[in-house]
Ligand binder design. Structure first.
Ligand SMILES: *Cc1c(COP(=O)(O)O)cnc(C)c1O
Length: 476
């Protein structure tokens, strides 16, 4: 491409992006996959196309199927809002095209990552000499941390898993809460720890590990062990009792890993930090950049106290790869990938933008907004908020006074109605064998007015369902 064409096509993409972000607000009705597939579907292109046309087509074809995840009224799953400054940093990341595996090849990328890692450890108040791998999200962060855990606990038992693999290795006991996130079970599965071999520990009503159940299960453990704790349960925001579990567990040689995809950020907020107290005593932590820090997708962090165990689990070497000196950090030594996106830039930009006080204020603001929303919804007739929100997540049931299955149907119908109305977006889940509406307040642009608007829309949808106007969703 000629230089002026390069400028034009990048500018064009920027124009489309700006127009989208200006317009994004209410979730509206997002067209389903089948419609989008039909729109995108075309024979394999035989001939080159005009550059600007490609970008225009992409924007036009995608528009009907874009969900308003960056908007203020999106409360589904646990989804950050891809802050404009993070997006801008990410554009530069893509434009610079750095292969960020190695600090000799891409020094700026490696330096931004090193400094962003230091800032993260400071903000989350974790051991300052822990190592940090910049990965795609908490799922891979869990995988990386648990790979380090596997190597370390087997190493203490005299087995070198990095050299000799798992076949013939001493068995590893893995204790995990019954309400842990599904991605941790996946990460363990990737590492050769099959699901049926895990020791699942009973949880309380909010989904936090029960201390007595843990003590009982752990007392029966002999040999190498890994304990997986959770900071922030997906549905309730609950925290496992880290302060009482971690010291005894580590004293007996077990490795404690924490899945804190969003909940670990309570540690960056003085008014909520007590919830996540004691988690810093663990051996490793997985958390996300693309949730509470509002970094664009995809971005997560694998943090390990024992940097050597981390590096051993992930290390990669080749005669063509420059060798890092002792005090130089190669990004690829702490992640599964070799060639990789320079994720440090967007993280650096978001932390630089918000600062310690800005992050604390955002976390506190979301928790307050969640409490406000729960309070307003609970005042609705026949609406039950299940447990007061401790953080930014809570669950709601509609028609709570009705018999169990009927309330399931009413709850699902209300969720479907809310989604169809398109004022705000919420999703559903099964919780304790019942259908619930999940609310996550974690989008940077959400204001009190947005919360009130969402409450009005949710209560109106429920009212319509109660009066028999709600379409029953398929399958219920
Ligand atoms: C989101 C989440 C994960 C998975 O993180 P990804 O970024 O989606 O890979 C793991 N654990 C918890 C508690 C989460 O909320």
């Amino acid at each position: 491409m000629r230089p002026e064409e390069t400028g034009q096509v990048l500018q064009r993409a920027a124009d489309h992006a700006v127009a989208y972000r200006r317009a994004v607000g209410a979730p509206q009705a997002t067209r389903p996959y089948a419609d989008l597939l039909a729109a995108f579907d075309a024979p394999t292109p035989e001939e080159p196309a005009d550059a600007a046309r490609v970008i225009d087509d992409l924007a036009r074809l995608s528009a009907p199927g874009l969900r308003a995840m960056t908007g203020p009224l999106f409360f589904g799953w646990v989804i950050g809002a891809s802050h404009p400054v993070g997006v801008a940093a990410d554009w530069l990341t893509a434009a610079w095209g750095q292969n960020a595996g190695n600090h000799v090849a891409a020094p700026a990328a490696a330096a931004a990552e090193t400094v962003a890692a230091r800032w993260l450890l400071d903000l989350l108040d974790l051991p300052r000499d822990a190592s940090v791998g910049f990965v795609t999200g908490a799922t891979v962060a869990n995988f990386v941390c648990l790979a380090a855990a596997r190597g370390a606990v087997l190493g203490r038992a005299g087995w070198d898993v990095e050299q000799d693999g798992l076949a013939g290795a001493p068995p590893v006991s893995i204790l995990i809460g019954d309400d842990a996130h599904s991605s941790v079970f996946s990460a363990l599965q990737f590492l050769g720890f099959g699901r049926s071999r895990l020791i699942r520990v009973a949880t309380d009503d909010a989904g936090a590990m029960r201390g007595d159940a843990f003590a009982q299960a752990f007392a029966a453990v002999t040999g190498p062990a890994i304990v997986v704790l959770q900071a922030g349960q997906l549905n309730t925001g609950a925290f496992d009792p880290a302060a009482s579990i971690i010291p005894v567990t580590r004293a007996r040689g077990a490795w404690v890993h924490v899945d804190g995809a969003f909940g670990l950020w309570a540690r960056a907020c003085p008014s909520r930090a007590a919830l996540a107290a004691g988690f810093d005593l663990a051996d490793s932590w997985a958390t996300d950049g693309h949730k509470w820090l509002q970094v664009p997708y995809d971005c997560g962090y694998a943090i390990v106290r024992d940097a050597e165990a981390h590096r051993r689990a992930m290390t990669i070497a080749g005669s063509y790869l420059p060798v890092a000196a002792e005090d130089e950090r190669d990004p690829s030594h702490y992640v599964p990938e070799l060639s990789r996106r320079a994720r440090g830039f967007a993280t650096w930009a978001m932390i630089r933008l918000l600062g310690r006080t800005g992050i604390a204020a955002m976390v506190e603001g979301h928790c307050r907004l969640a409490a406000r929303m729960a309070h307003r919804l609970a005042a609705g007739p026949g609406v039950e908020v299940i447990g007061a929100p401790v953080l930014n997540q809570f669950l709601v049931r509609f028609g709570a006074a009705s018999a169990g299955t009927d309330s399931d149907r009413l709850t699902a119908a209300t969720i479907a109605r809310i989604q169809a109305d398109g004022v705000c977006f919420v999703g559903g889940a099964r919780w304790r064998d019942r259908w619930v509406m999940r609310v996550s307040v974690i989008s940077a642009p959400t204001t009190e007015a947005d919360i009130d608007r969402a409450c009005d829309a949710i209560l109106a949808a429920w009212q319509a369902v109660r009066q028999g106007n709600g379409a029953a969703p398929p399958g219920l």
